[in-house]
Design a protein around this ligand. Structure first.
Ligand SMILES: NC(=O)c1ccc[n+]([C@@H]2O[C@H](COP(=O)([O-])OP(=O)(O)OC[C@H]3O[C@@H](n4cnc5c(N)ncnc54)[C@H](O)[C@@H]3O)[C@@H](O)[C@H]2O)c1
Length: 447
């Protein structure tokens, strides 16, 4: 049993703390937000993540997991400090490291015994060295410590499973002994462990996220081309995905990536490259394609409704992806605001994200019942592919709507079924109807 302090009780920190405790370690999770820690002490989760409440409760009851706002309490007798604070985008797209810097300084001033400082936050290449400098500079007396980079790859919505069954663990350090100690903590996960220097580990995280974002923008580009040429991107993705060199994941055409990681990480990687005089043109294209998805959604629904002025539009889902309440950089926010500025009245339903979304979208009317939301709508737009949307009573929805118009921003429905039911349906890159087939045939004949 090891003693671990996890600093930052957000999506990554809280999940990591609960999972390390579940693996038999004694974990203290620390945050500066008093109400989060008080809530956790009373069994209230600060975020929605499937299975998290049960996992936290089990480990608190077993005496392996506790919470604090005090660095003195958190660091007492601990061998490992895991840093999991936010690294949002700064003004020019660079990662904002202010929280990491404060943590490094506070740890330096508080530590009384040797420490392995393990950084889980996604940070620019070179930050591990910078953390070491900050700690050295602020220690009142020299106490040995090492810095290890251990980037996190979990996904919100499946975070516990991702933590417990990672595809790999990446560890970067200039101190092999410290890297080995952190590797020992991860051995029960039975995943390959890749040990590198600090900077390479930091780069692996950015390169992985940028690659996944590229896959999403790639399939969105293909969806656009499919629309122009009369092919179905869903089937194209299936046909591509069987190729082991490509794989089936991250090939869903939609409204583009959002959330707290891909947008800021692609931007930060491009910023790092440009700062060093490189021209990261692929990353720029990935970001451009992603931004275009939001305006494309507005154009589509405008084409379907004519003018948006005075129209009532219902959003199915708000969170940036299903099974989370995370609204950071969710496409729904930009889309709702654009609809409103075009004169539409906007309503929304989401199974878990309503309360998080409310302050971000003060002019959107929030509903806790999807059928009540659909009543009197001129169009519905799918923003998030929540499973429950796949099982809606479509007859009822159609009968409640003023106009049966559906824009499927996540391609979750079968277009033919909708059309048979009398909906005007638009998905993304979804093949052609009869007239286009004839048009294509005649174009070919004419050629
Ligand atoms: N969310 C994800 O899916 C995910 C996945 C992989 C990696 N990451 C990376 O992990 C890091 C954390 O992301 P997150 O989504 O968990 O962030 P988050 O915003 O949900 O949580 C960060 C927490 O850190 C706390 N904090 C800030 N300053 C502090 C301080 N000085 N001392 C103690 N606590 C402090 C905040 O109060 C907050 O609770 C980021 O770098 C992110 O890029 C996130």
């Amino acid at each position: 049993m090891k003693q671990i302090c996890v600093i930052g009780v957000g999506y990554v920190g809280l999940v990591s703390a609960a999972c390390f405790a579940d693996l038999g370690n004694r974990v203290i999770a620390l945050d500066i937000i008093e109400e989060k820690i008080q809530g956790l002490k009373n069994g209230v989760m600060p975020i929605y993540e499937p299975g998290l409440k049960e996992l936290v409760e089990r480990n608190v009851a077993a005496g392996r997991l506790s919470f604090t706002t005090s660095y003195e309490e958190g660091l007492e007798g601990t061998e490992f400090v895991f840093v999991a604070v936010g690294t949002p985008s700064g003004v020019d797209g660079e990662a904002d490291l202010r929280y990491v810097s404060i943590v490094a300084e506070t740890v330096a001033k508080t530590m009384q015994t040797p420490l392995v400082i393990v950084n889980k936050s996604t940070v620019p290449v070179g930050t591990g060295d910078w953390i070491a400098e900050i700690v050295k500079r602020h220690q009142p007396k020299p106490i040995p410590f090492s810095v290890v980079s251990c980037p996190e790859f979990l996904r919100e919505g499946t975070a516990i499973n991702d933590f417990m069954q990672p595809h790999r663990t990446v560890l970067g350090s200039l101190d092999p002994e410290a890297a080995d100690k952190v590797a020992q903590l991860h051995l029960p996960l039975r995943a390959p462990i890749v040990i590198t220097d600090l900077r390479t580990a930091e780069m692996i995280k950015y390169a992985s996220n940028a690659f996944l974002a590229t896959k999403i923008s790639f399939i969105n580009e293909i969806a656009n081309i499919c629309e122009a040429l009369g092919a179905d991107v869903k089937e194209v993705a299936i046909g591509m995905g069987y190729d082991k060199r490509i794989g089936p994941l991250f090939l869903d055409a939609g409204l583009g990536y959002g959330g707290s990681c891909f947008p800021k990480d692609v931007k930060a990687l491009a910023y790092m490259a440009a700062e060093k005089g490189r021209h990261p043109q692929l990353l720029y294209a990935v970001m451009d394609i992603n931004n275009d998805r939001r305006s494309m959604a507005i154009n589509r629904v405008t084409e379907m409704l004519g003018d948006l002025k005075g129209k009532t539009i219902g959003l199915l889902g708000l969170s940036f992806k299903p099974n989370t309440d995370d609204m950071r950089d969710a496409p729904s926010v930009d889309i709702a605001n654009a609809l409103i500025s075009d004169g539409a009245k906007v309503r929304a339903y989401d199974p878990v994200a309503i309360e998080v979304a409310r302050p971000l979208l003060p002019d959107v009317e929030m509903y806790t019942d999807v059928y009540a939301m659909a009543q009197g709508c001129d169009a519905l737009m799918v923003m998030t592919e929540w499973n429950e949307f796949k099982q809606l009573d479509l007859e009822q929805i159609r009968s409640l709507m003023r106009q049966p118009v559906l824009f499927d921003g996540r391609n979750i429905y079968d277009s033919e079924k909708f059309e048979q039911m009398g909906f005007r349906y638009r998905g993304l890159g979804r093949g052609y109807n009869g007239s286009k087939v004839e048009q294509l045939a005649s174009e070919r004949g004419a050629a």
